[in-house]
Design a binder for this molecule. Structure first.
Ligand SMILES: C[S@@+](CC[C@H](N)C(=O)[O-])C[C@H]1O[C@@H](n2cnc3c(N)ncnc32)[C@H](O)[C@@H]1O
Length: 450
């Protein structure tokens, strides 16, 4: 194995979306402290370990737990960046770190101590934080109730990455195999890349670009108007966001919208529309969008976001395992609920929770919803099916089974998606390198009956 490269933490306050500039003193839990005595460790580390405890317990997702914790703790921007880096990095490397810690631990390690040891091991083995600093910080943290300080001291001094572990040891074997089946000889590069921090992508109007540059943000690679951005402040504090000139979206997610082709002036059904990110991008392309989801609360979020962007869409609540009473449309997008296995850079906890059974359950739901989407596609119309998953069951297999049972639908070549994609049965899989997510996308045409 190539041992993970030693890297320094690159605090990225912008990514947390919650970093503030106040330098309020905080307790280990990140709560305001009454005493002026600073804790004998960085509060960012305490907060990271607490967030990891709740994520590893399966109680929350990293993004929401971190966002809430950072908002409450009000850490200085630099510390908020460190906290974000520690949470995501520890989760990305967790299987490898567990393997490194296992020979040094006997019996079941209580969750709090496990979270602390994983974070300390991540700092030592991946970030290359000096050993004396790692031991000092995490032993002091352990003394506040995270675990036996003597054990933490001994384990963090001795832990080493086993010499022969390949990067895919940060994925369960069955999931690494799914990646290999999807990407063949590119799989090794993809698995390695999934360990990198997730960059921020924004769909920007020309005014948004100018405004971000003027504020001091850096713009990088771009797929059309979806641009990789290094912000100089939290996103919500930028003028571009406030003015509705910027929308966070991964280039692969935007590719699902591109797969429909030209929708200017067309009526489009956005099925499983959720919080309306794709609905917004469709509306920005001139479509008249009806977004359908069973979660009414997501419609509220979607409406607010569209208003910010100066765009409009209609909303309808329905369980799409049954056919709702809606007229068919010429353009239908089904962005189906899925396991999210193509988004491991931004949701690394998924790989710790996902099982083959969960994949099969997702595929069964997707198959039902695809049948509904077919009924809602007018003869001659286009149906795009997408999932942010790279498993065979949720992508090519669901669509191939659907095509076998519905010969009036034919797969069509996709238009230029701008992102790199490999062919996968009746569709394509975007290649999750350099911050792009892995999406399966298929474009199906309903034939006109003779
Ligand atoms: C991948 S998310 C959609 C993301 C959305 N298209 C976007 O771009 O913002 C899948 C959505 O499917 C919805 N969903 C899950 N089961 C459903 C069902 N039986 N009927 C309708 N919607 C469902 C969830 O509420 C969730 O919003």
């Amino acid at each position: 194995m190539t041992a993970p490269r030693s890297r320094r933490a690159k605090p990225n306050a912008a990514k947390s979306g919650a970093a503030k500039s106040s330098a309020a003193k905080t307790s280990p839990a990140g709560e305001p402290r009454s005493s002026a005595t600073p804790p004998p460790f960085n509060p960012a580390r305490a907060l990271s370990v607490r967030v990891l405890v709740s994520v590893l317990a399966g109680e929350s997702y990293a993004a929401s737990a971190l966002d809430q914790a950072l908002t409450r703790a009000n850490l200085p921007g630099r510390d908020a960046g460190l906290c974000t880096h520690l949470v995501y990095g520890t989760l990305r490397y967790a299987p490898l770190l567990e393997a490194a810690l296992a020979p040094l631990l006997r019996g079941e390690t209580p969750l709090k101590a496990r979270a602390l040891l994983l974070t300390g091991a991540f700092e030592k083995l991946v970030l290359g934080t000096p050993l004396h600093a790692v031991v000092n910080e995490y032993v002091n943290l352990a003394k506040t109730g995270f675990g036996p300080p003597a054990l933490v001291n001994a384990v963090l001094r001795r832990v080493e990455i086993p010499a022969s572990l390949p990067p895919e040891d940060t994925l369960p074997v069955w999931l690494a195999e799914q990646y290999r089946a999807a990407y063949g000889e590119r799989a090794a590069a993809v698995l390695k890349d999934l360990l990198e921090p997730q960059p921020l992508w924004l769909r920007l109007t020309p005014a948004g670009r100018e405004s971000l540059l003027a504020e001091g943000s850096e713009l990088g690679a771009a797929y059309g108007d979806v641009v990789r951005v290094q912000l100089d402040r939290p996103l919500r504090g930028t003028d571009a966001f406030e003015q509705g000139w910027a929308q966070p979206i991964n280039p692969a997610s935007f590719a699902c919208v591109r797969a429909l082709g030209d929708v200017d002036g067309a009526r489009v059904l956005d099925l499983a529309g959720g919080a309306g990110i794709k609905a917004a991008m469709l509306a920005a392309s001139g479509a008249r969008v009806l977004s359908v989801d069973r979660a009414t609360n997501k419609h509220h979020a979607a409406r607010e976001n569209l208003e910010r962007l100066g765009l409009e869409a209609q909303f309808f609540s329905a369980d799409l395992t049954k056919v709702p009473a809606l007229p068919p449309a010429d353009f239908v997008l089904l962005d189906a609920p899925c396991t999210g296995s193509g988004t491991l850079r931004s949701h690394p906890e998924i790989k710790l929770r996902l099982t083959p059974d969960v994949v099969q359950e997702a595929a069964a739901l997707q198959a039902q919803m695809l049948e509904t989407a077919a009924v809602l596609t007018a003869p001659g119309g286009l149906l795009v099916y997408s999932v942010c998953s790279v498993t065979q069951a949720e992508g090519p297999e669901v669509v191939q089974q659907f095509l076998n049972a519905n010969p009036e639908f034919q797969p069509e070549a996709l238009p230029d998606l701008l992102v790199e994609a490999v062919s996968s049965g009746p569709g394509v899989l975007t290649v999750p390198l350099e911050g792009v997510d892995g999406f399966f996308i298929a474009r199906l045409r309903r034939q006109v009956a003779e």
